[in-house]
Write a new protein. Structure first.
Length: 588
């Protein structure tokens, strides 16, 4: 199913609503925990009245009557109520933290799958890394104080109501102060949103540049690029840091203004209460209690402004996740098909990469039978790698279809399809873990016999045993343990793991020596003898030694398809004829 990532505003809104509905379904059952959080929050906010009411009783009853027993009883009650409040507030915080963890746990598989699927769309700007980071942002939000402040905010009218009971002027002063803080909160959002977004984008670009330089540190060092690489990263980092400082300065200014205003409002409330006491309209206890109540009423607003970055980041993250899930519908569980025969049919496929002026593949068709090997040759940019990605179902087709044993590739479960079609990419990537785990495609419980068999078929078994820790040799992110030739051999073993019926080799001879090239050809012969099929994207005659037919691509278009020897002979003859003409042109 095609992935939609760029739509008109109306369609974009529909995708977001669809994603929000799916998130609600995935979180079904969390309403009970949210209800508990809200209930605990209600009890905590009611118990928050303990302090002001205790002050009221002390000033208005205990002190005038000089009653020590009343003070002791009131204090014992206050201790009990504060203990209850603290316990409920602690439980609420733990529940919110677990809500965040549960949110990530329930959505991470779906978000990861949607991100991987979106990566096959040339128009997509969404990556698994960014989407999973959005999940982490939401999880951190649930564990932050600002999430509790959102549950406290609806109880602000309770404290304002008590102030109105004390005296209308006190209630109106607190209400006006709260309205002013809300206005400052809206201004904070308006003026900091774009700046925070710019800072985040620049920070991401700086981090990506640093990762790139460190990942290819050998090239950086060998080419004398340490100073220039550092200078480029430093400029990028300083731009990100400057943008972050500007955003922090602005949001910090609003936060400081809000905090100062709240402190001023509390003093103003105390002054107004004292004025009303002098006029005998309120008691001294009400004067002190009103100051405390207003501080409690406005505290959630101040917390929301102080945690605005966390809250807005979580809100934007949820918005992006909703768009991602809405644009990548859930793949229906497919019926597991019987293992296919190595019969491949490519029917008029066309692929256009975003930003390209012409198709990378244009109405390409060919077939592949069991026991056959097909070589695909052509100059750089002819579409060989794009074809390999399409045959792995990792490339969205503009038109046409690819059939494996008369079944469209998209009807296979993606993970099951990967077991039927082994793929050796042009650029080999490994993951942190042992060699055995990488050959087994990170399987949690791999079969050692299958791992060793795949390595034997790839001609890598002896080489692996010669390593200090053999199959248990660990690979890190920089993979400094293995040479390019060894990496290629282990990647071939990974492609052969699970005994695929079709093997795709994209430039497999780039880093191979004559010995390892012989092993590669032996692997191709072995798979053909098992009624498998092989497609080799290469321009080296040595890599095509076991191919039965050759397909010549030029700018994504099929030029020639026929027996290997005939095609190579025609190409050599054509090249020999072109040489005298080039010499004459050069002499002229």
């Amino acid at each position: 199913m095609p992935i939609v990532t760029r739509e008109e505003p109306a369609s974009r809104g529909r995708l977001i609503r669809t994603g929000q509905a799916e998130i609600a379904r995935l979180l079904r059952g969390e309403g009970k925990n949210i209800t508990l959080v809200a209930l605990f929050g209600a009890l905590v906010n009611v118990l928050m009245l303990t302090g002001p009411l205790f002050m009221l009783q002390v000033y208005d009853r205990v002190l005038p009557a000089h009653s020590l027993p009343t003070l002791i009883n009131l204090f014992a009650l206050v201790v009990f109520l504060f203990a209850m409040m603290g316990t409920l507030d602690w439980a609420r915080g733990r529940l919110l933290a677990r809500l965040g963890a549960d949110f990530q746990t329930r959505l991470e598989k779906r978000v990861f799958d949607a991100s991987i699927r979106s990566a096959t769309d040339p128009n997509s700007e969404i990556t698994a890394h960014n989407a999973l980071r959005d999940l982490e942002a939401i999880q951190r939000y649930y564990g932050s104080p600002v999430s509790q402040a959102r549950f406290d905010l609806p109880w602000t009218p309770l404290y304002l109501g008590v102030l109105f009971v004390f005296h209308p002027w006190l209630g109106w002063l607190a209400t006006a102060g709260g309205a002013l803080l809300v206005l400052l909160s809206a201004l904070t959002q308006h003026f900091t949103r774009d700046r925070l977004g710019d800072a985040s984008r620049l920070e991401t670009a700086s981090r990506r540049l640093a990762d790139t330089l460190l990942k290819d540190i050998e090239t950086v060092t060998a080419m004398g690029m340490r100073d220039t690489g550092f200078a480029r990263w430093r400029d990028s980092r300083h731009r990100a840091m400057a943008a972050s400082i500007r955003a922090t300065d602005l949001s910090g200014s609003f936060h400081s203004l809000t905090r100062t205003l709240r402190m001023l409002l509390q003093s103003t409330m105390l002054a107004l209460g004292a004025y009303l006491v002098l006029k005998s309209e309120v008691t001294p206890g009400a004067m002190v209690a009103s100051s405390i109540l207003m501080g409690r009423a406005l505290a959630p607003v101040e917390q929301l402004i102080g945690g605005w970055t966390v809250w807005s980041g979580a809100r934007d993250a949820r918005h992006r996740l909703s768009l991602l899930l809405g644009a990548t519908p859930v793949t229906e569980r497919r019926t597991e098909l019987a293992p296919p025969a190595a019969r491949l049919s490519v029917e008029d496929i066309s692929v256009t990469i975003q930003g390209a002026s012409r198709p990378s593949l244009d109405t390409l068709s060919f077939t592949l039978e069991p026991g056959e090997a097909l070589g695909v040759i052509g100059p750089a940019g002819s579409g060989k790698t794009t074809l390999a990605r399409a045959l792995c179902n990792n490339q969205t087709l503009n038109s046409g279809e690819i059939l494996l044993d008369e079944v469209c590739l998209h009807q296979y479960d993606p993970d099951r399809l990967a077991r039927h079609i082994g793929y050796l990419p042009q650029r080999v990537t490994f993951f942190e873990g042992t060699l055995a785990e990488n050959i087994a495609r990170l399987d949690r419980d791999p079969d050692p016999a299958q791992v060793i068999e795949a390595a034997r078929r790839a001609g890598a078994h002896r080489m692996i045993l010669d390593l200090p820790n053999g199959y248990d040799t660990r690979i890190d992110l920089h993979d400094s343990v293995l040479s390019d030739r060894q990496r290629q051999q282990i990647a071939l073993a990974r492609a052969l793991y699970c005994d695929p019926v079709i093997l795709l080799l994209d430039e497999p001879d780039l880093n191979l020596t004559s010995d390892s090239g012989t092993a590669l050809n032996a692997s191709i012969r072995d798979l053909k003898s098992r009624d498998g099929a092989v497609i080799v994207m290469a321009n080296s005659p040595a890599a095509l030694a076991e191919c039965d037919r050759v397909l010549v691509l030029d700018h994504g278009v099929k030029r020639i398809l026929g027996p290997r020897d005939d095609i190579l002979r025609r190409l050599i003859t054509s090249a020999n004829r072109a040489q005298p003409a080039l010499k004459k042109r050069g002499a002229a």
